[in-house]
Design a protein around this ligand. Structure first.
Ligand code: HEC
Length: 326
């Protein structure tokens, strides 16, 4: 039997949000949902600048043209990753030209790859995406460093469909090797006293202190949702990435649990959302998501990431979301 179909504690939770209720699909619903095992990898400090630069010359040429996607060169037809992620995680791998390490601060015992089960379903109101993975559950069992799964989603920007969250990961972001000092960031008026550089889409800003290009609310906005596990509780947040990463609210629809050695998180995306910071998706569409997982005390950039995964809302895709009759 597939690990993904193992029985979890019944995950029946109802959350009230902005005056309206949503009910997560039941276990019976999930057992009928479209499913795929997705491999996530440890990227070290591989940023958008690395991917487009001399250290990744063969790949960079194609990325600049927006032609071949990551999977074309780094994944076989049956979904096997061809990427030296274990060497990156161990800290032994260096970049080709600059000889800079892919991971200057390796974490002892860190794996290069992990698997997550991804399921999707929808009803007349929402698209639901469930992500689960095997874990020791250190965040759930304690307080201090939560475990977390995040999803970026964008249905309109072709670079997102090909390169996923890598288009938001920059060498000058907080904890990356080219990050400005906290004092420098705080001194920049655009940061309003904040001292960290967060995710931003390459087409929205050329560098941490560059001007913003374009309108935040047009197609390039990337929806961001996250479920965090800490001290026996799951908290769901809703946010976005464009020229910055921001959270709109805590306790947005979504939730999860840790049980039988597995985390399970459910995300809810409103169909045809009127919220200006949500991505607008509807039945019949295929929408790419990118997943990141912070597990076993990982913080900031030290997460696992996926290549984009296409979710079909009642349409053929890598994961086909099934319509729930309810
Ligand atoms: C046209 C093919 C191509 C594409 C597209 C491509 N890469 Fe690569 N990538 C390579 C090659 C070839 C290497 C080996 C280094 C070299 O020769 O430049 C590499 C190396 C890497 C490495 C260093 C680890 C290793 O296994 O060598 C990482 C990390 C990486 N690529 C990530 C990505 C990501 C993420 C994307 C998508 C955003 C991507 N690549 C797109 C061809 C590609």
């Amino acid at each position: 039997m597939r690990a993904g179909s193992r029985l979890l504690l019944p995950l029946l939770f109802t959350v009230f949000f902005a005056g309206q209720a949503w009910a997560a699909p039941s276990d019976a619903d999930w057992s009928k949902a479209g499913h795929r095992d997705v491999t996530l990898f440890y990227p070290g400090v591989a940023s958008w600048e690395f991917l487009n630069g001399d250290d990744h010359r063969l790949g960079g040429r194609e990325i600049k043209k927006g032609k071949k996607d990551c999977r074309h060169c780094h994944m076989s037809k049956d979904g096997e990753l061809d990427l030296k992620a274990a060497e990156i995680a161990a800290g032994s791998m260096r970049m080709k030209r600059s000889h800079n390490p892919f991971e200057p601060e390796p974490v002892a015992g860190k794996k290069g790859l992990m698997k997550a089960g991804v399921k999707a379903a929808y009803d007349s109101e929402n698209l639901y995406v469930r992500v689960e993975w095997e874990s020791k559950g250190s965040g759930w069992r304690s307080r201090g460093t939560p475990d977390r799964v995040s999803i970026q989603m964008n249905g309109a920007e072709p670079y997102f469909a090909k390169y996923g969250c890598f288009i938001t990961c920059h060498n000058d972001a907080n904890t990356m090797p080219g990050s400005p000092s906290r004092r420098e960031v705080a001194a920049n008026p655009a940061y309003n006293g904040r001292d960290d550089v967060r995710l931003y889409a390459f087409y929205a800003k050329g560098s941490w202190d560059g001007p913003r290009h374009g309108d935040r609310l047009k197609n390039g906005l990337i929806d961001l949702k996250s479920v965090e596990f800490e001290g026996g509780k799951a908290t769901s947040r809703d946010g976005w990435v464009f020229d910055d990463r921001a959270w709109e609210e805590k306790d947005s629809p979504g939730g999860g649990a840790f049980s039988n050695g597995r985390y399970s998180a459910v995300f809810s995306f409103r169909l045809k959302s009127a919220d200006k910071f949500d991505v607008n998706v509807s039945e019949g569409e295929v929408v790419p998501i990118a997943i990141s997982i912070h597990d076993e005390g990982a913080e900031k950039r030290k997460h696992f990431v996926s290549f984009p995964v296409a979710i079909g809302i009642g349409a053929a895709a890598e994961v086909r979301a099934v319509k729930l009759s309810r």
